[in-house]
Structures are given as C-alpha cells and as structure tokens.
Design a protein around this ligand. Sequence first.
Ligand code: 2P0
Length: 325
Amino acid sequence: MPKAKAVAPSNIAIVKYWGKRDDRLNLPATSSISITLSKLKTEVSVSFDEKIQKDEVLVEGRPATENAYKRVVAFLDVIRSKTNLPLFARVESFSNFPVSSGLASSASTFAALTLAATKAACASFTLQELARIARLGSGSAPRSLLGGAVEAVAGVLDDGSDFEVRQILPQERVFFAVVVVVVDAKEKSVSSRDGMNLCKRTSPYYERWLEYNQGLVSTAKSALLNGDMQTVGEIAEASCFAMHACCLSANPPLLYFAEPTVSVIQEVFDMRKEGIQVYVTIDAGPHPVLILPFDFVPKAVERISNLKGVVRVIVERAGEGAKIL
Ligand code: 2P0
C-alpha cells in the first residue's frame, strides 16, 4: 500500500492572485508574490489502497464536506493520470490553525497534498512540475512549495507550461514580521474561486485591476531584494485594497471585511501616523495580516490586541517551504 506524508506552510500574498486566465487549467491571470509562513501548517497523509472502492478524505479527523471532497478527488484524478496509478486513496489532513476560522488553508493543504500524493505514487517530478500540479488544486498552493519570499510567475502560454515558482528571498533574508490577526467574524460565504469568477464576470474594474496588479510585481521584487520596508508595505496595501475595490465593484458586491477588520485597518493607519511602521493586507476573508519590521512587533501587537473583535494575534515570520515527512 503506497503511502506518504508531507507538511506545508500557509502563505500570505503581498501581491495578490485574484483572477484566472484559464479556469480549466486554474492559471492565474497575473503573477503574485507571497511570504511563506513558519508556524501555520497543514500535514497531509496519502495512502493508495487497492482495497477501497472510492477515495476517502478526512479533514481534522472528520469526513470532508462535499465541496472539499470533490476538490480533492479531482486533484487525485490528476495525480492518477500523471502517474498511471489506478488506485483510490485515503487522504487525511490536519492543520495547526483553526480551518473553520476562515484562515486560508487551501494553499498549505494542496501544497502538502501534492508532495504526499506524488511521493505515495512513487513518482518523481521537478519543482516546476510539482508547482504546475499543485496549481491545479489551488492557485496559491505552488507558492507554499518554497520558503521565504516567493513569486508565482503567471506565464503567457495557453497550456500553462511556463507557469513557475521562484524564490525571491530565502526565509532568513526576509526582513519583516507577519502578524496574523484573527477577528471575530462568521466564516466567509463566497469562496475565492467563486469570488474571482464573479469579479471577472461583473466588475467594471476587473481588467484594470489585473493590469495594475501585474505592474506591482517588479517593484515589489526590487523592494524585497533591497530591504525596502516602505515600498514592500505600500505595495502590499496597494494590491490588497485594489483587489478588494474590485470585489466591492462586483455585482452583487463582494465584501470580505467584517467590523473588526475595518477597526484594525484604521488602527494601522493611525499607528503609521505616529511613526510605527506597520502595513496591512487582507485576503478573501475578514482577518487582517500586518507586515512590519521586527522592532515594532511588541507595540503593534499590544495596540491591535486591545481592539474590540480581535480574538487572537499570531506573530509569524518567513519560514521554509513544503517537505516530505
Ligand atoms: C492570494 N488569494 O494571492 C489571494 C489573495 C485570496 C486572496 O490565492 O481558485 O484558494 O483555488 O486557485 O488559491 C486564494 O485563492 O484559489 C488566494 P483557487 P485560492 O493569496
């Protein structure tokens, strides 16, 4: 019974991925840049088993929801076709952060699943082949294969064969902290996938958003390489707020922020006016993420922890990429 286990970290995008140029291949419309985190992780074990008649998927020890199950089975079908393995699999995933809290888990899950499933199938792929496989599960997953600051290069070819992941900085050279602020809010009601589709179909700003976001990539890379905190922070906010502006301009409008999200944004702006160099980014959910020099972490954490609706503050830094256990 071929079996393997892998672990992958979550990542937070500084230049966001929000939009696909090909739905079937799950190809991103723009490149994106993220920081691989050190603490928030998902462990996935995969065993292909000739004795089972269908795939079995457990998340945190319980059967996956119908949507999650279908997504994992579709991904396993890719692995089976690429490795010529005609067996069903038992997949188990555990995250060390509350999946139900709305913190992104698809990146860490599909990065770990890619490594575990290909290993269990006894197949060996290059990093870029693994990145293209992981992308089929979740567009943000390839970035979690590498540590530090990572670019997912969208590429231009129709078949996606020039999609790549590249490390911009190894984890020890990432010069800022990442603070995940968990706020009191209901689970997100519109998935990233559906949200991206809605924006593409209905937002008058969608094309402009893509053009603007792609334009941020090279400046962000230079700023990361030059240790330029201000530019990294400003670009993170620019990409985040342009993405959310695109969401708000969709029909029906897509609002991912909750009340405490707005309080945290306001507090970040206030802190900056007082000389505390802190920036904020928010994914397709209510939880803000701060980006700031290590020296400012204690002060910023104290200020943010006191806000109404903030339930947990996780101080993070850049970490290593996914690996087989
Ligand atoms: C990002 N997000 O760059 C952006 C910012 C959410 C907001 O990547 O459809 O769950 O599975 O490819 O990977 C979330 O997108 O979407 C995401 P699919 P995924 O991190």
